[in-house]
Design a protein. Structure first.
Length: 234
C-alpha cells in the first residue's frame, strides 16, 4: 500500500510516502523471516535539487548462523533494527550530476554507518559515465573480539548507445573485504519493442597478493552468455 500526500510550496514540492511495507515468513517453520516498514519523505526544487529522508523499522529472523566476513559471524535469532536514510542529489539532466546518501542505525546486534557518493557524467546523449564509492562502518560494541568491519566498494559504469537498437554497457566493481574485482560487459540488441538480445560477459577474480595456501586461482569465475528476452503483451 502506498499513500501520498502532496503539498506544493514555491519553490519546493514535498511528498510523503508510506511504502516498503513487507512481511515474509519462512517455509521451513512458518516463523518471521523479514518485516520492514519505511515511511519516506521526498522533496524536489524547481532547480532540480532532490532529496529523500526515510525512517526504517525492520525485523529479521535468522534461521542459521552466517558470516559477514572471515572473522565476524551473525548468530541465529530474531533481530529488530531502527535506522535512518538521507539522500541528496543534483539534477540528472545536467552534464555533471552528483548525489550522496548517508544511513545509520542498528544492524543485528550492533550498529552501522554508511556513506555513498555518486557522480554521473553525460558526455553526450549516447555516452555516459558514472562512478560510485560506498563506505560502511559496522560495529558490535558488546562483543569482546572481532567487533568491527569496514567495507569499501568502488563501482564504475560506462554506457554507450550506438543507436536506438544497439547499446553496450561495462561495469566494474571492487570490494575490499575479499579483494574481489567483478567485471560485467553487456551488449544489447533491441530490434523492436518487446524483443531483446543480450551478449553478456562476466569476470570474477581476486586481486590480493596471492600468498594464500593453497594458492588461489587467477580467477574464480568467467561466464559468456547469450540471452533472449521476449515480452508478451496481453
Amino acid at each position: 500500500m502506498t499513500i501520498s500526500n502532496k503539498q506544493f510550496c514555491d519553490p519546493v514540492a514535498v511528498e510523503v510516502w508510506f511504502q516498503d511495507e513487507k512481511l515474509y515468513t519462512r517455509l521451513e517453520d512458518g516463523m518471521l523471516e523479514n518485516m520492514k516498514l519505511s515511511p519516506e519523505f521526498e522533496f524536489n526544487t524547481k532547480k532540480g535539487i532532490h532529496g529523500i529522508i526515510s525512517f526504517d523499522l525492520e525485523k529479521e529472523g535468522v534461521l542459521n548462523d552466517f558470516k559477514l566476513s572471515d572473522s565476524i559471524t551473525i548468530e541465529a535469532g530474531e533481530y529488530t533494527f531502527f535506522g535512518f536514510d538521507g539522500e541528496l542529489g543534483t539534477p540528472d539532466s545536467r552534464m555533471v550530476s552528483l548525489s550522496g546518501t548517508i544511513y545509520a542505525g542498528q544492524f543485528y546486534d550492533g550498529r552501522r554507518l554508511g556513506l555513498e557518493a555518486e557522480s554521473n557524467l553525460n558526455l553526450s546523449s549516447s555516452f555516459k559515465l558514472s562512478a560510485m564509492y560506498i563506505f560502511e562502518a559496522i560495529r558490535f560494541p558488546e562483543r569482546e573480539t572481532n567487533n568491527s568491519l569496514d567495507i569499501h566498494s568502488v563501482n564504475l559504469k560506462a554506457l554507450y548507445m550506438i543507436n536506438t537498437k544497439l547499446s553496450a554497457t561495462l561495469m566494474v566493481q571492487y570490494v575490499n573485504t575479499e579483494d574481489d574485482l567483478i567485471t560485467n560487459f553487456r551488449f544489447r540488441y533491441n530490434p523492436r519493442e518487446g524483443n531483446d538480445f543480450y551478449l553478456v560477459y562476466n569476470d570474477y577474480r581476486g586481486i590480493a597478493d596471492n600468498d594464500a595456501m593453497p594458492e588461489l586461482p587467477k580467477f574464480f569465475n568467467k561466464t559468456i552468455m547469450l540471452k533472449y528476452v521476449h515480452t508478451f503483451i496481453l
